[in-house]
Design a protein around this ligand. Sequence first.
Ligand code: IMP
Ligand code: MG
Length: 172
Amino acid sequence: MDKIEILFDEKKINSRVKSLAKELYKKYGDEEVVFVCTLKGAVFFACDLLKNYPGDARMEFLRVSSYKGIETTGTIEMNLSISKENIQKKHVVIVEDIVDTGYTLSFLNEYIMKMKPKSLITCTLLDKKIKRVTDIEPTYTGFVIDDLFVIGYGLDCDGKYRNLPYIGYLKK
Ligand code: IMP
Ligand code: MG
């Protein structure tokens, strides 16, 4: 096993996820919200976020990929889509694991907007702000991080490490 430096432990993640869920509930109150989880990376975050969200929630899944190893390819592939009736005229929250260049989030935003939601916002657990090349900004962010390739809590490196309960990075 490679040496991993922990950035956010379970306790820290849990408390931030709880406060994000609270903020979102404050925003929507009793209105129904469709949470769109992007597979596979955001799955742990989306599940924990929804478990802590006391309001009227639905869950949808999208699958997109842009990374090979630790490099972004810039081209986004969609492998799983959502049908329009699950989005149209609904409040939608895109749930992402991490925003890096912003290509993926821009792509997802455009894709959902075409289905005419009542409103659309984004909620990402992590934001690598300094790497942004698009002008998209997530509406809600768990933690802003430096330019590190992070793993754990759903985030992978070539499919590995998603099952770690914390978020860390590989030490060289
Ligand atoms: P973007 O399109 O460059 O913003 O990249 C976003 C996607 O790339 C995320 O949804 C992740 O799936 C993946 N990604 C970006 N940075 C990392 C990282 O540090 N660790 C693991 N996956 C990452
Ligand atoms: Mg992702």
